[in-house]
Design a protein around this ligand. Sequence first.
Ligand SMILES: [Zn+2]
Length: 266
Amino acid sequence: MKLWELLEKIQSKLDYLTDNIELEEYSSIEEAINKAYLEKPEWNRVNNVVAIFADLADSTSISNRKIKRVYAKFLEYIGYPFVKINNEFDAEFIDIKGDGGIALFSGKYAEIKAFLSAETFKTFQEKYAKDYFKKYDVSYYLGIGIAKGDLLVKKIGQRGDKNYYVWAGNAINNAALVSKDLKRVKQNMTTIGVTEDIYHTLDTNTFRDYLIFSCGCPNSKKVKLWKEFTVSGESNFKYHLIESNWCEKHGEEYVRKVLEVIQKDD
Ligand SMILES: [Zn+2]
């Protein structure tokens, strides 16, 4: 291998980068992804994308300890349900990244669909996965962040089959930031955090009774299920956190009622 020649070639490939990154605007996630060609200098951008970012807590120390086989099972208990559930709620793009994943939604009700999906995934983690991992005395929980903003996508790599999509933009970055903070404020439980704007979309007359307040179980008292937090070190970045899972008695009915509203309008 000609070491310096290789490194200089890489450097000259990146010469086109200037102070500002160049953008090309798209109106749909699908189009932005399909038109992200290799070696295209621009990043493709879509506005108003809602991203879910889910990530396992403390995965480095888990994978370093002598429980590698349990960690491998974690990955399956995250990956398969993440894909299956987000697909069920019409995510337009889903990607698994090691011990977590991203799912992207757009259009009217993108916030609602993303939340229903995240809440369903969370319920699986808390009611099924956690139960399965009980026998291993390991801590297993995820932070699930949801945020809305622009999405930037680019294809990076070399020709042939060695190229990959990379993501930037506020939707994924802010969802990742919330996900990280959730694991700081609430340990030992999979939680969901949504940014202010997402929360305001859930907290409207149409959805408030199903998504903001409890069903009243177990003592017929309907309570607000969300608490407000601020991202550590970012005093302007507020988000709302929910700990509850779908109720065993009312969960299915609630999902159905919200989906009816969405589908009627489609
Ligand atoms: Zn209930």
